[in-house]
Design a protein around this ligand. Structure first.
Ligand SMILES: [Zn+2]
Length: 275
């Protein structure tokens, strides 16, 4: 079957890359000037394209949500298939024409994969939630270093056995990176510090309101859990311990907030909640 792997790789040992801003090169196939970029990405989703190729949707540190065409990536004997797996952290070089919606991968090296999660359904479901959240909260063409770093840290925590607690930490960090996490110490409607019951109002983006603001609407949110989440978001968050029940409740609230803000369902969260 001597099928040759991947055309666009190994073109030269060191690519003429000039940082997040592009430098111009001439495309070998068309002779047209294209921009060459290097970035770090995490693979979010993969789609088959034509006979041998894949379209890879990623979150890129310097370029936000980024679609890349991976030529030859469906070839079973190629070097690309094992690198292009959901959740993998890669360093990539790609080129992109002035009007192209996708970049074209030229070089890819693996920074971290998640082979250690094989066979751990719960951890893998957490990984799926992380990448879907990154897809919902990331923006195309804008630098997303805080969200990218939160995603890489979250995936590494899963690899280290953090389980759903790792997902909770990631969700708080992802909301914070997107400006959707408040201080957590006061009503998100009237701004007064908590006194009495806290209500979670789904219709207001899963915001937390005090009882006078929320009235009978929404459902009660436990103050102890909220304080734990506030501490998790702080530098000493490592020491905060959550019960399984608290993890489940926190994931429901945080993913509900992300769904409300992005106006898209998180299919992976529904799956995780069903486990
Ligand atoms: Zn209030």
């Amino acid at each position: 079957m001597g099928e040759k792997p991947v055309a666009p790789f190994g073109l030269r040992a060191a690519s003429p890359f000039c940082g997040p801003r592009a430098c111009r090169i001439l495309s070998r196939s068309t002779g047209v000037a294209v921009a060459l970029f290097r970035d770090q990405v995490v693979v979010l989703t993969l789609y088959p394209y034509r006979d041998r190729d894949r379209v890879v949707h990623t979150l890129a540190r310097d370029h936000g949500r980024l679609g890349l065409l991976a030529r030859g990536a469906r070839s079973p004997r190629g070097v690309l298939a094992p690198r292009l797996m959901v959740g993998n952290w890669l360093e990539v070089t790609y080129h992109r024409g002035p009007h192209a919606s996708l970049g074209t991968l030229r070089e890819v090296s693996l920074v971290a994969d998640h082979q250690g999660l094989q066979g751990d359904l719960d951890a893998f479901a957490c990984l799926e939630v992380m990448v879907e959240v990154a897809d919902h909260l990331g923006h195309e063409g804008s630098s997303e270093p805080a969200l990218f770093d939160a995603l890489c840290a979250g995936l590494a925590a899963l690899e280290g056995g953090a389980g759903r607690r790792g997902l909770v930490v990631f969700l708080v960090a992802a909301l914070a990176a997107s400006g959707l996490w408040g201080a957590g110490d006061r009503c998100e409607h009237c701004g007064r510090p908590w006194a009495g019951e806290i209500r979670e109002l789904a219709g207001e983006g899963h915001a937390l309101w005090c009882e006078p603001c929320g009235g009978e609407r929404g459902r009660p949110f436990p103050l102890g859990l909220l304080l734990a989440l506030v501490r998790i978001a702080s530098p000493e968050g490592e020491r905060v311990v959550l019960t399984r029940e608290q993890e489940v409740r926190a994931i429901q609230w945080l993913t509900g907030r992300i769904e409300a803000q992005s106006r898209r369902r998180l299919k992976s969260a529904a799956f995780l909640n069903g486990l």
